[in-house]
Design a protein. Sequence first.
Length: 294
Amino acid sequence: MTTLLSTWEAPGEVAIREAIARYKAGHDLMTVIEEGLSAAELDPSLVAIGLGSLPNSDGEVELDAAIMDGRDLRAGAVCAVRGICPAIKIARKVMQKTKHVMLAGEQARRFAIEQGFQPQNLMTAENIRRYNEWRSRPEEAEKRYVHAVEEHHGDTVTMLGLQDGHFVAGSATSGLAWKKPGRVGDSPIIGAGIYADDEVGAAGATGYGEELWKGMASFRAVEGMRRGLTPQEACEETMRQIVRRQPASLDMMCVVLALGKDGSFGAACTNDVFPLWVWRDGEPTLHRFEPIAR
Ligand code: GLY
C-alpha cells in the first residue's frame, strides 16, 4: 500500500503529480518524494519554494530543505543556500555522500557545486517586482504575500510518503518572505520540519517556522502516534500544546501533518484553512482542515 501527502494547493499539486508520475515509473519512495519536491522548486510561478520564490531582506533567495528515511533515521538537510536549486536534491546528497545531517549557507553551496549542481540566478523578473513592492510598501506586501495564505499559493511544501511499511519525509522552502539574511526556519530541522520512523509513522510541518521549531512539531506528532494516538489525534495534541505554550503561533499559520502505518493521515493548524493533497490511487484529492478551536 502506498500513500503520498503534499502540502498546499498550488505547490502541493505540482509536487504530488510529479511524485505520482515517478511512483508509476517504478522509482523508490525517496526518489518519488525528492522528485516531487524538485518539480515544485523548479516551477518559477510558486512564490514560497525554489526558483522565483520570495527573497530575504537583501533581495536574495535562500533555500532550506530536508529529507529523512524512516528505515534507519538517516537524514540530510541544507539551510540558507543561495543560487542553487533544487535544494532537496542537495539535501539528499548530504545524506548520501557525507557523514553529516546538515550543511549550511556558503559551504552547502560549495558542496553542491562539488556534487555537480550548477549555480543559477534564482531571482525572476516577477520576484524582483515583488521585492521592490515590499521595499516601497512593506505592509501591503506582507498582507498580500505572507498573511493571505491562499493568495500567496501556500508556504513550504512538505511531503510524507508510505510504501509497504516504509516512510520518507521531505520538505523544501525559501522560508519566510523578506526574512533576515541567514534566518533558518523549521523546515530543514529534523524533528521540527520533518520526522520519519518506520516503527511509527511520519510527520511534517509547514507555516510559521519559529513556532513550529520551538514546539518540535514533527517529532512531537510522531511520538504521539508512538503512544497510540491516531495521526489526527497526534496532530491536534501537538498543535494544542504549541498554542498553549507559544500563543504567538496563533498570529500566523502553523500546521502539522502526520501519516500512520495503516495509511491514515491527519493535520491540525492554527489560523486558516489548510489544504493537503492525498494520493493512494487514481487522482490525488485535496482535503481541507479547519483551524483548531481557540
Ligand atoms: N516553514 C517555513 C519557514 O518558516 O521557514
